[in-house]
Write a protein that binds this ligand. Structure first.
Ligand code: UT7
Length: 369
């Protein structure tokens, strides 16, 4: 406002007052017209969750009959006791669609109300079309945009970042379905004992909803996503893509399966997840004491313990790696859905999630429930 106080003096003609009032009205109108519209973040929350775990269980005892391993080795080195594996004709989009239906029901909305579908996966049904489009068809959603993200085990947290960005930007998507879904067993070499004991299949789905209420706090409190492509070769499926399209040679040399430098991956997993968690807490101005649950990517019990001990929060860690093994981008999602459905998290609780995977990629996110 540009009211000139000096005008309110004796002997000032009335017309001066009028000029001043007009000036202010014009100033306010111009300000209103020319100020660019700000994007207001209005309560983007997790409105519903769901998971799909294939029925079939593969135990360590079963694996003992397939490769030179033992229940004792697998449990002490990884913490895994069993994993669920999809049927031969059960695809990643089948698992994703089942999880999505449960999340929709949990959120109390129908598929036609979705504005966007994002599927995080490294085991898509096909190179193309994207798995998200297949999910759209299976759940009967409308013609909303669909795409996949690929960041391996960090994928769900990457997808949350993408979804949150698209909801809080001028794109303003209102209801977004985010899914982490994997049929990891489709990439497993069942003769390689160093990898086949580690992985399992599953999916978890989330409905992110902008409820339009400025009083509702966003689910996304703080986050970090990162990658180091220099270490791309330590965890890789060498063939299937453009570098090595399928051929008799790629099949003969088992290049369509997971190849992993286990110990190096282990070491980098601990370092990156610990630093990402610390950075995220610092960004939010919080400490580990403020966190109700810590959910590290469920790859190996020893990695989880190392991360939890370095952060000083072992008692807050949620674990299910013993039952599912490493389900890659579904892993954190399955934990969240289990906690939610068991009534172990309440609105407002802070959850610290962290993950690590091929790329190498890593991410941490502080989620407000
Ligand atoms: O999702 C994100 C990406 N993945 C990960 O985060 C996985 C990270 N890495 C790991 O979890 C661990 O490195 C593994 C579980 C993969 C391996 O554990 P490790 O303690 O690092 O074992 P290692 O690779 O150093 O192997 C130790 C020994 C080797 O035998 P020798 O050479 O010492 O005689 C392996 O051949 O254990 C042997 N071994 C096995 N023995 C019985 C490897 N796999 C098995 C097995 N059963 N399944």
């Amino acid at each position: 406002m540009i009211i000139n106080i000096k005008l309110f003096k004796k002997n000032v003609p009335f017309v001066y007052y009028l000029i001043d009032i007009c000036r202010n009205v014009v100033y306010i109108l111009l300000k209103y017209i020319y100020t660019p519209q700000k994007v207001t973040i209005m309560g983007i929350r997790i409105a519903g969750t769901g998971r799909c775990i294939p029925e079939k269980i593969l135990t360590n005892d079963d694996l003992e009959k397939m490769v030179d391993t033992s229940d004792e080795w697998i449990v002490t080195r990884t913490g895994i006791k069993e994993r669920h594996i999809a049927e031969a004709d059960q695809t990643t989009s089948d698992l994703a669609a089942e999880a999505a239906k449960k999340a929709l029901e949990n959120a109390g909305i129908t598929a036609d109300m979705l504005d966007l579908i994002i599927v995080s996966t490294i085991t898509p049904d096909h190179i193309f079309p994207c798995t998200a489009a297949l999910v759209q068809r299976k759940i009967g959603a409308g013609k909303c945009p669909c795409f996949d993200t690929s960041a391996a085990c960090s994928g769900l947290l990457y997808a949350f970042n993408v979804a949150y960005g698209m909801m809080s930007s001028p794109l303003a998507y209102k209801r977004v379905l985010v899914i982490g879904a994997e049929k990891m067993t489709s990439l497993v070499d069942w003769t390689d004992r160093s990898t086949c004991v580690l992985f399992g299949d599953g999916a978890a789905a989330f409905i992110l909803e902008n409820d339009g209420n400025p009083e509702t706090p966003d689910f996304y409190v703080a986050g970090e996503v990162a990658a180091d492509g220099n270490a791309a070769d330590i965890l890789i499926v060498p063939a299937s893509g453009s570098a090595h399209p399928a051929s008799l040679t790629t099949v003969a040399e088992k290049m369509h399966y997971i190849k992993m430098g286990g110990p190096k991956t282990f070491q980098l997993a601990v370092l990156s997840m610990v630093s990402a968690c610390r950075n995220v807490l610092e960004k939010a101005g919080l400490t580990p004491d403020d966190v109700v649950w810590a959910i590290p990517h469920q790859a190996n019990r020893r990695i989880i313990d190392a991360v939890a001990n370095k952060l000083g929060i072992p008692e807050k860690v949620y674990l299910n790696v013993d039952r599912y093994g490493n389900t890659s981008s579904a892993s954190i999602g399955i934990c969240l859905d289990e906690l939610h459905r068991a009534g172990k998290i309440k609105r407002g609780d802070l959850i610290l999630a962290a993950s690590f995977g091929a790329g190498l990629t890593w991410a941490a996110m502080l989620i407000r429930w």
